[in-house]
Design a protein around this ligand. Structure first.
Ligand SMILES: Cc1cc2nc3c(=O)[nH]c(=O)nc-3n(C[C@H](O)[C@H](O)[C@H](O)COP(=O)(O)OP(=O)(O)OC[C@H]3O[C@@H](n4cnc5c(N)ncnc54)[C@H](O)[C@@H]3O)c2cc1C
Length: 388
């Protein structure tokens, strides 16, 4: 991939930038790096959908834009710079999986509603005793006639309160030699009788994820995607899509930009932090690391241009990106000094950014979609070919 953009692509960038700037809801623009409210986020998805840009990366026949990978990258980059919220799990995870592995019914039923932002999805993978070791999942999916009955519990279900659908892994066979062999991939409406959610309080004082309980939840057979007992392969496929989107430099750039604005605001030893040689060195370091992550992203894009789907290499982006993100937020706190202890203090509303909450929130990034330790295992075994 040539990483220089053509004049036509730069023109495209200006068009996209103008549109995002004109349309991004005010609440998001003013959110100072905090998570956008649910109404603002949904309003943004609807605006993207009306413009035909919600599922930009999908094939055109399913509602995609037909943009080149360079255009998709520019779109993500411009959105990231302006603080546009990340796309929903429907667009980044289950949609691509249905396109790849779903049958015609799945495609017709689910893809248009994701593209139009009418249906939001959540992910039911983790269980109380199955996180990194996902194959120990125990949620039972018992076949009865042409239905499955789901019983068990999921945990850490992000967006469970706003989602209309959940995709999940369930155990359809316990009598297997390898635990991975008895798992199937399902979807279920969140308003099904027998599904109950309970919020979990986070370090940031918010509750973005939930415990999700299934008690005799009946779903028709057609809500299974892929072969019965063959869900593990689909489940892993989906994780590769997830890791690509969670390790993207375009999102973390927004926080580096905020750091650059913090260093103009904060004064150290009679000058702005920006003029401090030690701070400048640290800024240069994270900036270089982010450039390296961008180059890594381009490498993944080149693979996709050659027709290869994201594989274990996406763990490199996830590991490196999320750890850089923490270094950026730690630096923000260090530079802000005692002010960085402030959480949401109204007396400091005029400050462009308070780092404490962002730094606390960034701890989650090295845990969700596979912890850093797990990414290191994947990289050593499946990318570098090292022995177990
Ligand atoms: C903000 C947030 C949102 C989330 N959203 C969702 C969601 O929407 N849906 C969903 O299904 N899940 C979600 N998760 C759950 C997430 O996928 C799990 O937290 C993650 O997989 C780790 O599992 P665990 O929490 O059970 O930790 P454990 O697996 O118990 O790990 C505990 C510690 O042991 C280490 N460890 C475990 N195994 C190994 C190993 N083999 N080698 C080396 N070290 C190891 C881990 O790195 C970690 O430090 C979310 C988590 C967070 C933090």
């Amino acid at each position: 991939m040539d990483i220089k953009f053509t004049p036509a692509e730069e023109e495209f960038r200006l068009m996209v930038r103008d549109w995002i700037s004109d349309n991004l809801p005010k609440g998001i623009k003013e959110s100072k790096g905090m998570r956008a409210s649910i109404p603002d986020r949904h309003a943004w998805y609807k605006l993207l959908a009306a413009k035909g840009w919600h599922c930009a990366s999908w094939p055109k026949e399913y509602g995609g834009t037909g943009w080149s990978l360079a255009q998709q990258y520019i779109f993500a980059e411009e959105g990231g710079k302006m603080g546009a919220p990340g796309l929903s799990f429907g667009v980044t995870m289950i949609g691509p999986l249905i396109i790849e592995c779903g049958d015609d019914w799945h495609k017709e039923r689910f893809l248009p509603k994701i593209a139009s932002a009418d249906e939001i999805w959540c992910q039911g993978y983790s269980e109380p005793n199955a996180g990194s070791d996902l194959a120990s999942l125990a949620l039972k999916a018992e076949k009865q006639g042409d239905e499955y009955i789901l019983n068990g519990q999921k945990v850490w279900t992000s967006y469970a309160n706003e989602a209309s659908w959940i995709f999940l892994l369930g155990r359809t066979n316990t009598n297997v030699e390898k635990r991975q062999e008895g798992i199937s991939f399902f979807v279920a409406p969140m308003d099904s009788e027998g599904i109950e959610i309970r919020p979990i309080k986070q370090i940031t004082d918010e509750s973005h994820f939930y415990e999700t309980f299934f008690e005799n939840v009946r779903i028709p057979e057609k809500y299974r995607i892929g072969p019965e007992h063959g869900g593990w392969t689909l489940g892993k496929r989906l994780l590769a899509y997830e890791r690509i989107s969670t390790g993207s430099a375009t999102y973390f750039q927004m926080f580096l930009d905020r750091l650059l604005s913090t260093v103009q605001d904060v004064h150290l030893n009679g000058h702005t932090a920006m003029q401090d040689p030690v701070v400048r060195q640290k800024l240069a370091q994270v900036s270089i690391e982010l450039d390296a992550l961008r180059a890594l992203g381009f490498r993944g894009t080149t693979q996709m241009l050659k027709g290869n789907m994201p594989g274990p290499e996406s763990s490199l982006n996830k590991l490196y990106g999320t750890e850089i993100f923490q270094r950026i937020t730690d630096l923000g706190q260090e530079i802000q000094g005692p002010l960085s202890l402030l959480w949401d203090d109204p007396a400091f509303q005029d400050m462009k950014h308070l780092w404490a909450k962002t730094a606390a929130g960034s701890r989650a990034n090295t845990i969700f979609s596979g912890t850093s330790e797990v990414q290191r295992n994947i990289i050593s075994e499946r990318v570098l070919g090292m022995p177990r």
